[in-house]
Design a binder for this molecule. Structure first.
Ligand SMILES: Cc1cc2nc3c(=O)[nH]c(=O)nc-3n(C[C@H](O)[C@H](O)[C@H](O)COP(=O)(O)OP(=O)(O)OC[C@H]3O[C@@H](n4cnc5c(N)ncnc54)[C@H](O)[C@@H]3O)c2cc1C
Length: 448
């Protein structure tokens, strides 16, 4: 069994060996470049994407497979079925996991290595998200809120000082991160948010902003040490008047978590309502540019949708993991129920939906890693498709388990309750369809 402290260098090795292989192949001879035309392109694009960490080189399939095996070793040891079931029952995240995830390197997949990250890309992030979700949907959701919504936003938009201050603690799992955008009155229509940030000077003469308002349904909110908070700095300017701030919850008087929310699923992922009552934030905690949150938000949303689309993939695999052995063991009418054609039909549908979803997510992630091009319709499409298929697969799993599927002692109902979130969180299925439609409106505007 690989010990925990070995996981981090192994994950690092994945990208290092990828770099070495790619460099060797590309430099060896002109004919090699002709034989691998896309590798020449990789070399040219090496630093081209502003969405990737410093020195990023797209990993090879072997490297990604190795990373997947490392995550599976981690989940087999640290996120067992007992851990997943207990998190669901207790309605809480197992806090000791943060440092273990940090030690393994998984909290900073897309962060620069000099701030504790692994310097990997979005295929790698999807793999970690998928495998964690296979073990526990809710632990993985909290993981993604931390590693993608918070860490990756700071990685992409933070100043060198902000990165140096926040990322080492976040990637090590010493601090927990969150992102707060939604409000009770502003979910799908996030631009209608009412939280404000007004220019002010504090008692020590520091220039900054005073935040007032509240945020709803915030993943990791009850325990977060740092929250990326969106607020209106020009309330009349719509989407051009919002700014993102980094709020240190422990040293920000006026910040509080009003309540931890009780949910139908994703119960191992703490969700909270956050209050901001005259919270002073110094100006060096503005993330991105002043009034420029829409850019931070929109570019973040595409990648957030992509990485989160791996959540339903893991849940579909978890549904298969529970269902396949059960239907082959369970006999009725003297035959394993898996041999009945109606049961086979359901199994075939589950499997096909999972594989099709997987292909869409990883094709989209690979395109981003290899070309730097982010297609909004594919990031939204990948999560739209995977999320709806995951709910269907989870319901089929319950059906195929019969009475046992309805019992809490089996994981099928937890998988179904967890899966449903992905049709709502990070934008609903309806909004994702709108996003895809709008992307085509933009592309074909010249024909209107
Ligand atoms: C467990 C959980 C975790 C979350 N974590 C976070 C987090 O970490 N940070 C954060 O900021 N937010 C978070 N959210 C909030 C989440 O992003 C919102 O709940 C989501 O965007 C939907 O907003 P809403 O709940 O206000 O629904 P509403 O926007 O009120 O939508 C209600 C219904 O109307 C539909 N609808 C709305 N507008 C349209 C339209 N124009 N056309 C067609 N249909 C429409 C919706 O699709 C939905 O079916 C989380 C939510 C949950 C449940």
């Amino acid at each position: 069994m690989t010990s925990l402290h070995l996981l981090r260098p192994l994950a690092r090795k994945a990208v290092t060996s990828s770099c070495q292989r790619l460099t060797r192949r590309a430099l060896s001879s002109p004919s090699t470049v002709i034989a691998f035309p896309s590798l020449a392109a990789h070399q040219q694009l090496r630093f081209a994407s502003s969405k990737h960490p410093k020195g990023f080189v797209p990993p090879s399939p072997d490297d990604l497979e190795e990373l997947r095996e490392r995550v599976q070793e981690f989940t087999r040891r640290e996120v067992t079925e007992e851990v997943a079931a207990a998190a669901d029952k207790k309605n809480d995240f197992p806090a000791e996991l943060w440092s273990k995830l940090g030690e393994a390197g998984f909290l900073g997949i897309t962060a620069d290595e000099d701030v504790g990250g692994l310097g990997l890309g979005y295929q790698a992030h999807c793999i970690v998200m998928e495998e964690l979700s296979r073990a526990s949907g809710s632990i993985a959701l909290s993981y993604a809120a931390h590693s993608q919504l918070c860490v990756n936003q700071i990685q992409l938009h933070g100043t060198p000082e902000q990165k140096a201050k926040y990322l080492p603690k976040l990637t090590a799992g010493q601090w927990v991160g969150a992102l707060a955008m939604s409000e009770t009155g502003a979910g799908s229509d996030v631009v209608s948010m009412r939280t404000t940030a007004k220019e002010a000077t504090d008692a020590q003469g520091r220039h900054g902003y005073v935040l007032n308002g509240s945020k709803m349904w915030i993943t990791n909110g009850p325990y977060a040490d740092v929250v990326v908070v969106y607020a209106k700095t020009k309330p009349d300017a719509g989407s051009k008047g919002m700014t993102a701030f980094l709020v240190d919850t422990g040293s920000s008087p006026g910040f509080s978590c009003a309540r931890k929310l009780d949910k139908m699923g994703m119960r191992g992922s703490p969700t909270g309502e956050l209050m901001f009552e005259n919270v002073f934030v110094p100006e060096d905690r503005v993330l991105g540019s002043l009034h420029g949150a829409t850019r931070v938000l929109m570019s973040g949303l595409d990648l957030e949708r992509l990485v989160l689309s791996a959540g339903p993939l893991g849940l579909m695999q978890a549904a298969m993991d529970v269902t396949l052995p059960f239907v082959h063991q369970r006999k009725q009418f003297g035959t394993p129920v898996a041999h009945f054609q109606l049961v086979q039909g359901k199994l075939a549908d589950m499997y096909t939906k999972m594989q099709a979803s997987r292909a869409y997510t990883y094709t989209t992630a690979r395109q981003i890693d290899e070309t730097g091009e982010i297609r909004t319709q594919d990031c939204a499409g990948a999560i739209l498709y995977a999320a709806e298929r995951a709910t269907e697969c989870a319901l089929d799993s319950i059906q195929l388990l019969g009475g046992m599927g309805y019992m809490e002692e089996m994981p099928a109902s937890r998988i179904m309750r967890d899966a449903k979130l992905y049709e709502i969180g990070a934008g609903t299925s309806e909004v994702r369809r709108m996003v895809i439609g709008r992307a085509f409106n933009k592309e074909f505007a010249h024909l209107a």
